[in-house]
Write a protein that binds this ligand. Sequence first.
Ligand code: CTP
Length: 405
Amino acid sequence: MELRGKKVLVGITGGIAAYKICALVRLFIKAGAEVRVVMTPSAVSFVSPVTLSALSKNEVIINLLPDTGSLQNSEKVETSTWHVNYGLWADLFVIAPATCNTIAKAVAGICDNFLLAALFSCRCPVLISPAMDEDMYKHPVTRRNIQALSETGYKIIDPEYGELASGLTGEGRMAEPERIFEEAAKILNARKDLEGKKVLVTAGPTREFIDKVRYISNPSTGKMGFEIARAAQERGASVTLITGPVSLETPNGVKRIDVMTSDEMFRSVKSNKRNKDLIVMSAAVEDFTPAMKTGFKIKKEGSKEFTFDFVLSVDILSHLGKEKSGYKLIGFAVETNDGIANAKKKLISKKLDMIVLNNPDEEGAGFGTDTNIVTLIDRKSEQRLPKMTKFEVANRILDKYLLLK
Ligand code: CTP
């Protein structure tokens, strides 16, 4: 893996796994990256700054306030913004091992050491590799804190199962340096071709309520839309994801809005479509909604059968096509027969820039699967893609979006 020209800031906190960071620093150096190491004062009890300085070929910073006596005159002017300089220098900040304490301080915004001050002044992606005892890792407060860091946009590398420093076996062991290195390399080499773009994605099913406790819906799990949101965010876009009810984790750094009904999705799309460069409607919006909605539970006593009237719900995609202002519009078509012809009709009638056709009858395509088989159709071309993961499909859709005129 080539990392020449990349600048990696490695932050070490006070956990037993700190000794493994020597191997991690070596991996970065061997790949050609430039490495600087910062440590919390307690990390020094677990691994020597002298070793890390030799491996990184740079001074290791531990204290928030530098020893001004040891600085050259030219450096003295910088002392008040020292941590800021480190934060701004880095292309990636890797904190490993990240202790329960440092994670909690980061969530609370506490900056009482150099590492935390650098964290709050950096503008680069942050990769956090927690390591602690299993009970600490599973504690609800730690779970909440890790979730909060993930929602901030920091990438978390889940710890592994294995032998822990306490002598117990369980979850909480820091990921091996090779795994941390791979995740770091992925971030450093990621394409940032959507930087500055604002993307709106919809995902999941909607529920149309017949009464207080019953609804009609469809089997969409939201996977395709979530992968589009994740891929766009990783490629540098600022992403808003409007989703129906699904049980998926929000991709790092994505702004998520939960809705339930097609009407709520419509209203949310309308209030979030401003200033967007791209809107992707991958939600499986229910086409029909009950004509009459009761706010109470319908009782079955005395009735042998029930008849409900349904009306068409608003076609959100058509609305976006009609009111188009400045954004490219991508829709999906789920078709079991005459796919290409039907999808092309939708492309024109809904005024889309591209439509993604898939057939749920095909093995490895459609609702709930991790893979999909799609055909990308725009005004000039159609391209059938082989079976691939939904994340890969998401990236192919985004590649094609960048080529749209
Ligand atoms: N869509 C929408 N609003 C609806 C229904 C669908 O925005 N009320 C969007 C979907 O998100 C998808 C596209 O329209 O991007 C096509 O959905 P699909 O179900 O394939 O087609 P429909 O237009 O609903 O037509 P039909 O069901 O008759 O094929």
